[in-house]
Every structure is written in C-alpha cells, then in structure tokens.
Design a protein. Structure first.
Length: 649
C-alpha cells in the first residue's frame, strides 16, 4: 500500500525580518554570506565541522574528521579533548576569569552567582570527590537533582574525569528513577535532600532511598543540602556534598578523553513510547552545541542567556550548561515553577537580572497567554533582544503573541527544531538574516542536510507533507541507544538506510522553509486526507477562547478516521455546546470542512510529559475508549487522565 502524502493545511504567510539595529550588531548579518556558508558546508561538511572544531581546545588533533560506517559514525577520530576544560579552564586565562558563568535564582528568591573561576574550582573539587568514591573513566553517575548550580557542577565534574552522566529529571518518581539507574548501571547517585516546587518540598532523597532498594549497581549517594528537609543517612553509602568538597583533593588536570568517549546518557521524553537511553559522545557533541549556541542565539559577550528548560532534558544539557559555558557566556538558571509565588515570576526574573535571551517551550508560552497579558505588562522586559522556542511545533498564534507581548515586536523569535537524539539544534533561523515565519523552524543549520520525503524515499515537492530525514551524519548525533544498539539501528536507520529517520512529519514551502507537522505517529487520516494534527490544533488555538488543543483520531466506518479534539479554554470562557459548534465551524473556516473535528471535548488540562509535551498517544486511547497501555512513567499528572476518562461517562 502506498500512503498518500501528508496534506498541509496551515496557511501562514506573515514574514518577520529582524529589526535593522538587530541586524547591524549581529554576528551573522549578511544573508549572502550566510547562504554561501551553507552551500559550502553542504558541499564539504567535514571541512565545515573541522573549521568550527579548531576554535576549541584539543590535546591531540583528529586523524579523520568523520569515519562513517552506516549507521555508526565516529567524529574527530583519534583526537583527545575534555569538555569541562573547554567549558571552564579555557576561559580562565582570559577576561572571562571573573565573569559570571552562572546566575542562579532559587524558588524562594535566594540568588547566587558563580564566576568561571569559582565554578572551575568547585568542579575540580567535586571531580576529585567523585574519584575519591571510586568513580573512574567510563563509570555511570546518575544525577537526580533540581535546578541548582550543583547539578551543573556534578555534570561538569563527570565530564572532567570521563564518567558518563545520566541526569534523571527531578520530577520523576522513584520507579522511573530506579529503571533509569538500572538501565545505565550507575555506580553513584548525586541528589539533594529535597527540591523546591511551588513552595513545597519534593522529597528527592526519599525517592532515591526507595529507588535504591532495587538498584544493585549503586555504591554511593551524594546528597546536597538544599531545603534542610529531614533525611535518613545510610552510613558508608551516603555522603554530604559539602563535606566531600571540604576534604576532596581537587582534580586540576582534566582527563584527556577520546573524542568518541561517551559523555552522557539521556532518556527521551517518552512522548511516543518507552524512553530510550540516548548516548552522546564528547567531541562531536561539543562542536555541535558550541556552534549552534553561538549562531542561533547570536550570542554576545554581554548576554544573559535564560533557558527555562530543566537540566533533566536535553535542552537543559545543551543550552543551560554546555552551550553557554563553551561560549564563555553567562547562563541564568531558575530553580522553581513559573507560577510561584505568582504567574509573573519569569517576567520578574527577566526584569531583575536583565536577561537578554529567553529560550522556552510552546507549552509554557501557551500557559503565559492563558494567564494573561497584564502580567508581563507589569514588568520591564526591555533587556530582552532575542526569543527562542523548542519542544513542540509552535502555533502561529502563540508565536505572534510571544513576539509582540514578550518581545515587544523588537526581538527575533528563533523556533528551533531538534531532538534528544540530535544533541544540538538542527533547524532554526539565523535571527538576523533569515526572516521568520510564525510556526516555521525555517532552514537547517550549515552542515545539516535534511530532506522531506514520501514513503518510498523520494523527495516531496514544495508544500507536500512527508517524513523529515537527515541525510548525513552530523557531529552531535546520538551514537547508539544505551545497551540496545539493535534498537538504534532499527528505530532510526532501518527504514531509509544511511539516512536518519527523525520520526517527525514536515513540509518545505516554496522558500525552502521547513514546517514541522508533528510526529508521524500522530498523523491522522480523515476521508482520504492525511493531516498532521499540529495544524488542526493551530487552527483551534487561533480562536480567542482556546488556550490549548490536542487532536487525535478514532476509527470511523465512513471516513476512515474521525477527529476528536481535546480543548482547554482561556480564563473567562465557558465550556458550552454553543462554543463547541463555534470552534468546529472555526476549524472548517480556517482549514476546510473535512478537518472539522467530529467531537470536541473540553478538558481542564491535557496529559503531558514531564517536559510539558502533550501525550497524544494517551489521548488516542481515551478517544477510542481503550485502556491506557504502554509507559506512563513520563506522564506529569495521572489525575489528568483519570479526569478525562471520567468525563467520558
Ligand atoms: P520520545 O522520543 O521518547 O517519544 P520526545 O520525542 O518527546 O520523546 P525529545 O527528544 O525531548 O523527546 O523531543 C524531540 C521532539 O520534540 C521532536 O522529535 C519533535 O517532535 C518535537 N520538537 C522539538 N522541537 C520542535 C520544534 N521547534 N518544532 C516542532 N517540533 C519540535
Ligand atoms: Mg522523540
């Protein structure tokens, strides 16, 4: 059977070029030069990546830039380097020595700043402490913490000695932590007594104690005192973070690691299925993250880079910790919830610290919209000069709101497409030279070669929806799935040999801009039209009453599949049958009659992963009246699902 093409129905033709004064000051400010660079990178990708790599520090240079035995790649083979050295030591002999590396704000309002010199000192000490606990090169270390500077210290300390870190998001329960510790075979767990979330303590150490009942590989636990919560201390196993530091012998010489030495394991969000332990290595990841941070965020020496992602996700790894530090920038880290003590917390943080770049997720932006314009209006956000988004397709409505209300119309918005697997941003506008279209991630970065293809692998025409593939290896690509190379081969490379299957649907418009249409698994088939659910959702969100929408299909005898829309409303709108009809008509008007949802259900909340993404596979089961199957450990709030099911009756 040949599947018909995925039909794109999103109509969006507004164009937002960067303001002139942004362009004049930007790092990359000539479109012609940028196009030339992209063309050159496409023609000789290895030379392109090698040129970037030369800006970083290597103990030994590579023999070959790329060794590609599909689907296994080795980048910068033969080279040795150290990521922590590149993030820290490299800056110590420059004017950045006493520059803030991290500016951190705790949820209760406490603020700490760590300069490069201070961060370096702590990392050396903690690296020494880990060695004192018997951690050696290649050993796995689980980091189960909140957003505290010590989490970054722990990651960098692992990188310094060549231990492989596996950060487990601090919002996960004991079972999810246990499974991830066991999958990676972690020897040490680094945690804290508790973390702050909406004024309440999340009992991390209690969760660790429970998880460790069934984790034979763990020998030691390091506990940071954060909230002062009462904890039990298992003698011989548990150690206090600061006591360890006080007695540690600093590890001043970084370990000289092979470029392909594993740097970290990170489990994906689990939006579509069981999370995968994605493995990244040292050299290639460093190069990809270094260049993408600098270019996409147009990073300048004086920037204060505020990425709201938790370090438990890849965005936190690449754009809170490694990317900014590799560039000698200042990264702003916030510990708590965006609605504590009130829903203006982020705006208050931006105003008080003077953040110049804000990088957040569509789910957060839709929440900000729902909470109301009056909140950002109370704060001076004029320090912002660039905005970014990642994690899901952003609805044009949310994009323009972000641009206008948060960016005051003067900040370019970079919609960045990438995945845990890609390590770094793959598709995004260079803010000064690629005019933005709301809802489009625009163009692939130099050196990144993507295609949108039909099911038979042939290239789609303009505006024809298809599968997004990456045609060639890139330095920050995943190398394998931890402990399951067969899954790596099968999931990403089997269908189109030599080309990486992203799992996302996309189309390329007549200007070459890429529009992400959601996951291939979420494509619905209505009366012969294959639609990306993201577009129907965007049509719903463009109605003034709608805060958020998720569209899934259920089997229908007549149409093949019928559309079921789950809708959350903005404050002040009532869930009435009249509104249901209005919304269905609105979709018909925006897209066409065929896309009109057959059922609209109002919901107080949608089931999301802990990284904030809508879990459509669970909604599909609700819509079809089925039991929930598959992995739900990444679900943020099980009650949401229960409520949706009880609404069913
Ligand atoms: P799993 O792979 O376990 O189902 P996940 O795909 O949600 O989880 P991540 O690696 O955190 O895990 O997310 C990457 C995915 O997020 C992408 O494949 C894409 O579907 C979506 N995504 C990220 N950024 C964007 C963006 N700018 N536009 C559209 N979609 C995006
Ligand atoms: Mg994925």
């Amino acid at each position: 059977m040949t599947d018909p093409a995925i039909r794109s129905v999103l109509k969006e033709d507004r164009l937002f070029p960067a303001p002139a004064d942004f362009v004049t000051r930007a790092r990359i400010h000539s479109r012609d030069a940028y196009d030339a660079r992209r063309a050159q990178a496409l023609a000789s990708p290895e030379a392109h990546w090698a040129e970037i790599a030369c800006e970083l520090h290597w103990y030994r240079m590579w023999d070959r830039v790329l060794d590609w035995k599909p689907p296994h790649a080795r980048w910068f083979g033969g080279a040795t380097t150290n990521l922590a050295f590149n993030c820290l030591d490299r800056h110590l002999h420059t004017a950045r020595r006493h520059k803030a590396a991290l500016v951190w704000e705790g949820e209760p309002g406490d603020v700490r700043t760590m300069t490069y010199a201070q961060l370096h000192r702590e990392v050396c000490l903690f690296a020494g402490a880990l060695e004192g606990l018997g951690v050696r090169k290649g050993d796995r270390v689980a980091i189960y913490m909140g957003m505290v500077p010590e989490a970054a210290v722990a990651m960098l300390a692992c990188a310094r000695i060549g231990a492989v870190h596996s950060v487990v998001f601090g919002g996960f329960a004991a079972e999810a932590l246990r499974d991830r510790i066991n999958d990676a075979g972690a020897k040490v767990v680094i945690t804290q007594d508790a973390s702050w979330r909406r004024g309440k303590e999340v009992p991390l150490k209690v969760n660790v104690d429970r998880a460790l009942e069934e984790t034979p590989s763990v020998e030691h636990v390091v506990v940071l005192r954060r909230t002062g919560a009462a904890i039990t201390r298992v003698a011989g196993r548990d150690h206090d973070f600061h006591e360890l530091l006080a007695s540690a012998k600093p590890r001043t010489e970084p370990e000289q690691l092979d470029a392909e030495h594993p740097l970290f394991i990170l489990y994906t969000s689990g939006t579509t299925g069981k999370p995968k332990g994605v493995v990244h290595t040292t050299g290639g990841y460093m190069v990809g993250v270094f260049a993408s941070t600098r270019d996409v965020f147009d990073l300048r020496e004086e920037d204060l880079h505020f990425c709201t992602a938790d370090i438990g996700w890849v965005t936190g790894h690449s754009y809170v910790v490694y990317g900014p530090l590799l560039n000698g920038a200042t990264s702003l880290m916030y510990e708590g919830a965006p609605d504590h003590p009130d829903q203006a917390r982020l705006w208050s943080i931006i105003e008080r610290h003077g953040a110049s770049i804000l990088y957040t997720a569509p789910t957060a932006i839709r929440a900000f919209m729902k909470w109301g314009d009056h909140l950002p209006a109370r704060h001076d956000l004029s320090s912002l000069r660039l905005l970014g988004t990642v994690g899901e397709p952003i609805n044009p409505e949310a994009w323009t709101w972000y641009h206008r209300t948060i960016g005051g119309g003067r900040c370019p918005v970079v919609d960045t497409w990438w995945q845990t697997e890609t390590g770094a941003i793959m598709i995004a506008p260079m803010p000064a030279v690629v005019p933005q279209k709301p809802g489009s991630a625009t163009l692939p970065l130099p050196g990144i070669d993507v295609s949108v293809v039909r099911h038979d692998g042939t290239e789609c025409g303009p505006n024809e929806g298809g599968l997004l593939l990456v045609n060639r290896p890139w330095p920050s690509m995943l190398r394998t799935v931890w402990g399951d190379d067969a899954r790596y081969v099968e999931q990403y490379w089997a269908r189109f040999p030599g080309r990486y299957l992203t799992g996302d649907g996309a189309r390329r418009d007549e200007d070459g801009y890429l529009w992400l249409m959601g996951r291939i698994d979420d494509v619905v088939n209505v009366a012969g039209h294959r639609l990306g659910t993201a577009e129907v959702e965007s049509a719903l969100v463009s109605h003034p009453a709608v805060a958020e929408a998720a569209v899934v299909a259920r089997p229908d005898e007549l149409k093949g599949e019928a559309l079921v829309a789950f809708v959350t409303l903005k404050t002040g709108h009532d869930a009435t049958d009249v509104l249901k009809t209005t919304l269905a008509d609105h979709v018909a008007q925006e897209i066409g009659k065929f896309a009109k949802p057959d059922v609209i259900r109002f919901a107080a909340a949608l089931p999301k992963t802990r990284s904030g993404k809508i879990m459509r596979r669970l909604l599909r089961e609700v819509a079809q009246g089925k039991q929930t199957t598959g992995d739900t450990t990444t679900l943020e709030d099980l009650n949401v699902l229960a409520t949706l099911r009880s609404d069913d009756e």
